[in-house]
Design a protein around this ligand. Sequence first.
Ligand code: SF4
Length: 113
Amino acid sequence: MDALRENFRCIRCGNSCRLIVKVSASDLKRISQAPHVKRTKFKMADYAEPDAFDPATGNHALRHVNGGCIFLGQGGTEATCKIYEDRPEICRLYPFIGDSALPCSALKTWQKS
Ligand code: SF4
């Protein structure tokens, strides 16, 4: 697992950005200050899925638009993140969550080579 983590390079396929992305209160605070968001004045209802708040964890889920995260963009053939510097913690960790590696196109490619 350590070798996987060390050698992992995101290929910006955007697949993980089409999953449900759980965000904590501190993620949301950081996102609210992101330049892309600040311009429009942060409103929770604009960026969080309605009815997805989990009172047990305090987490929200980022809103989906056209089958992907509201912050997912496209730069040529690569996926881009409109809040990359301020992206949620889970986006920084993916595909390595805890002790396991989640499904990921970059990992599949690397493991085959
Ligand atoms: S916040 Fe950025 S990195 Fe995270 S899912 Fe959305 S577009 Fe992808």
